[in-house]
Design a protein around this ligand. Structure first.
Ligand code: CP
Length: 306
């Protein structure tokens, strides 16, 4: 039995197979419409979500399976003080696989220690969001044609943005990747990522403050929302929330084939005028999330298509 807690829990070769399966599903979704008949996915969401929870549920329904779960801690027995360990022991007898989102870093890992079904981390605090990363990789591979030889800019809240952390770890395994980390001083990438991953593996990166200066060199621009829910005080959030707003003027400085990704939800950091730019692929990215999660559920449930 496998759990997916971190974006590197799949080897590069397994990840290639996963993305290839997702592409096959995109080409012929009907072929997969019954492969999980009789199987159940539990979505245990202790934190708000639109895309991740609903795309997991759509994925299981598309595979012919069933879904159950809760969408907030308040509507589960967590509100009465139940531990994650006890909850997952019980859910293990109700479902075949589960996706868990939790505000505390490491909660899905703790769940995996007590679970007898595969646990998928659907986002844990400011730490990791591996299935968003698989979605991002499918988007880049399909729309850019490669996962190597890329200069990737991350812009916004690089401190608390778990999608950023996960994608940096995942992309670092491909050759000739350079990172441009665009953020205010207060929202820089955590030191452990710089020291243990980037510097330790000689992966080129630079930290800059000004988006306009960085944008001309990028193949991918990954915009992020400032994560209000992780700030200790509202004043800091208000001061930093509109540091970056991508608009048509800034897009005019970018390469003609640069792609703009965003895990969504968006607040102010991308002006809606950018949505019509063919380089803005964040809604396509959200769509890919269903297919990659279908592929992941199949892999973890060891569905054999023959
Ligand atoms: N990208 C993402 O995780 O979105 P949700 O918070 O809506 O699930």
């Amino acid at each position: 039995m496998r759990h997916i807690i971190s974006p590197t829990d799949l080897t590069v070769s397994e990840l290639t197979d996963l993305l290839n399966l997702a592409e096959k599903i995109i080409q012929n979704p009907k072929k997969y419409s019954e492969v999980c008949r009789g199987k159940k996915l539990a979505t245990l969401f202790y934190e708000p979500s639109t895309r991740t929870r609903l795309s997991f549920e759509a994925a299981m329904l598309n595979l012919g399976g069933n879904i159950l779960g809760f969408s907030s801690a308040d509507t589960s027995s967590a509100a009465k003080g139940e531990s994650v360990a006890d909850t997952i022991r019980v859910i293990s007898s109700y479902a075949d696989i589960c996706a868990m989102r939790h505000p505390k870093e490491g909660a899905p890992y703790v769940a995996s220690l007590y679970s007898s079904i595969p646990v998928i981390n659907a986002g844990d605090g400011g730490h990791n969001h591996p299935t968003q990363t698989f979605t991002d990789l499918l988007t880049i591979k399909n729309l850019k044609g490669r996962l190597d030889h890329l200069t990737v800019g991350f812009c916004g809240d690089l401190k608390f943005g778990r999608t950023v952390h996960s994608l940096i770890y995942a992309l670092s395994r491909y050759s000739s990747i350079k990172f441009v980390l665009i953020s205010p001083e207060e929202l820089r990438i955590p030191t452990y990522i710089k020291k243990e991953l980037l510097e330790a593996n000689d992966i080129p990166f630079e930290e800059v403050r000004v988006l306009e200066k960085a944008i001309p060199k990028l193949d991918i621009l990954y915009m992020t929302r400032v994560q209000r829910e992780r700030f200790f005080n509202e004043e800091d959030y208000i001061r930093l929330k509109d540091t970056y707003i991508l608009n048509s003027r800034k897009m005019s400085l970018a390469k003609e084939d640069m792609l703009v990704l965003h895990p969504l939800p968006r607040v102010n950091e991308i002006a809606t005028e950018v949505d019509d730019d063919p380089r803005a692929v964040y809604f396509k990215q959200a769509e890919y999330g269903v297919y990659v999660r279908m592929a992941l559920i199949m892999k973890l449930l060891e569905v054999d298509l023959c």
